[in-house]
Write a protein that binds this ligand. Structure first.
Ligand code: EPZ
Length: 419
């Protein structure tokens, strides 16, 4: 169990390369189960969740060949079981994404119920209701989802709540179903569109991905392809906010400004100079203290819930007061208690945090609780005086590739040490 020691007081200045998007890599690696030919996924981020997914597929008998650039070639011809065991699913909820592909291609799947996590109860009822609408027989026994179907049938599905992975699971299930599936109230996140782009390259017939209405015409088989994962918009936003909170300058390369327009507008509202190119974004605070900005998270294209904790940190040291409202998850303020330990002035009222900007934060020992909250504690440590020791950083490693190296490249002082 390692911890990070962050020494504050530095103004970040530099540029970094953005990795492939975790939340596209995970569903696309699940989508490889649909192909009856080898398929290669490129620009895969080097993250613990990716390693877990590779182990999940490997345990099914799928063969995976990884090259030195972390391009992964997947060959499902050797698959010999359709299990997603609890010991893997409990570490990564996104394992639920193998359910749709296994069911629609092989007619059965045994996937452990994911269980809750720090940010909320995280049910999977929308996934299961959609598959039932497509004719699947779904039983839940001893904590496992047992799903069977001779062949799924196209259905008209209206998601009760906008769910990213439910949209992806049902879209993948529909690719080999008999007939047409319509998914209404679908998630519009760019990662959903990237999954669809990969599926279409494999031979799927999908229209409307990236909008709230997706239409899938089932086909008989899907083949191989070579797909490059799109850039990680949340990693991009995290490092740009890191530049802003330290009054510095950060240029993110190998990214796409179109993926995070609302985030960039918020940074401009906070007083940052923001410049963009085709595949790069530069944020420069020119030494200024940020202005407080009100935050209201919601499904894409609104401000992402995965950026809420990072903007909360910006508001803790900003000029003025602000509100941060979380509308997607019921318990995504776990970082607030930790930020209070660093001297922040935050009051919680239901799903809204009232933040009064303070002149400075003071370093202290804190504990990471979930992926994005952990990253926000690193950002707070960068701007706090003295040292901030962050424990339980396995949360960070799930979603941020080499965070200490990338921050050191930017001039930050972040060391990983045994806890
Ligand atoms: C995806 O999670 C992301 N994970 C999350 O990123 C992200 O925070 C979330 O979407 C929202 O954008 C991946 O893509 C792997 P949801 P997901 O289903 O799909 C409720 C990160 O930090 N819901 O869109 O699990 C749910 O409780 C992670 O990278 C149901 O009620 O989120 C929540 O309130 C964290 N029933 C809301 O919908 C269901 O069957 C949105 O959740 C499914 C979801």
């Amino acid at each position: 169990m390692d911890k990070l020691i962050v020494t504050g007081g530095c103004r970040l200045d530099g540029e970094i390369r953005i990795s492939g998007a975790k939340n596209a890599a995970l569903p696309i690696m699940a989508a490889t189960l649909l192909a009856d030919e080898p398929i290669t996924v490129c620009n895969v981020p080097h993250l613990h969740d990716v390693t877990t997914t590779m182990e999940l597929l490997g345990r099914m008998g799928v063969s995976l060949v990884v090259d030195e650039f972390l391009n992964i070639e997947v060959d499902t011809s050797t698959i010999n079981n359709f299990y997603a065991p609890y010991e893997l699913v409990k570490t990564m909820r996104a394992s639920i994404l193998v359910l749709g592909p296994l069911l629609t291609r092989f007619g059965e799947a045994h996937v452990s119920m994911p269980g809750g996590c720090a940010i909320g109860q995280r049910p999977v009822d929308i996934h299961l209701d959609g598959l039932k609408a497509m004719g699947a027989d779904i039983q839940v026994e001893n904590g496992y989802i047992i799903a069977r179907a001779d062949r799924l049938k196209g259905a008209h599905i209206v998601l009760e709540t906008i769910s990213v992975t439910a949209t992806e699971n049902l879209m993948m299930a529909a690719t080999l179903a008999d007939g047409e599936t319509v998914i209404e109230n679908a998630a519009q996140e760019p990662e959903v569109a990237d999954v669809a782009k990969c599926l279409i390259a494999m031979g799927a017939k999908i229209t409307g991905a990236g909008t709230s209405r997706i239409v899938v015409e089932g086909v008989s088989r899907l083949g191989g392809t070579r797909h490059r994962i799109l850039p990680d918009r949340i990693e991009t936003g995290t490092y740009l906010v890191a530049g802003a909170v330290t009054g510095g300058r950060v240029k993110a390369r190998d990214t796409d400004p179109k993926l995070l327009e609302v985030v960039l507008q918020k940074l401009r509202d906070a007083g940052a100079k923001v410049e963009c190119g085709e595949d790069w974004i530069e944020v420069d605070m020119e030494g200024r203290r940020p202005q407080a900005v009100n935050i209201h998270t919601a499904p894409y294209p609104a401000l992402p819930t995965d950026m809420q904790a990072q903007f909360m940190v910006l508001n803790t040291i900003a000029e003025g007061s602000s509100t941060v409202t979380e509308t997607v998850f019921e318990n995504r303020f776990m970082h607030v208690q930790e930020l209070l330990r660093l001297g922040a002035n935050i009051t919680l009222e239901g799903n809204t945090a009232l933040v009064k900007g303070v002149e400075s934060l003071q370093g202290a020992p804190v504990m990471a609780t979930d992926l994005r909250a952990s990253a926000s504690l690193v950002l707070a440590g960068l701007v706090a005086t003295g040292e901030t020791h962050i424990s339980r950083i396995y949360h960070i490693d799930r979603g941020y590739e080499c965070i200490e190296e990338k921050l050191e490249l930017l001039g930050g002082n972040v060391k990983r040490v045994p806890a």
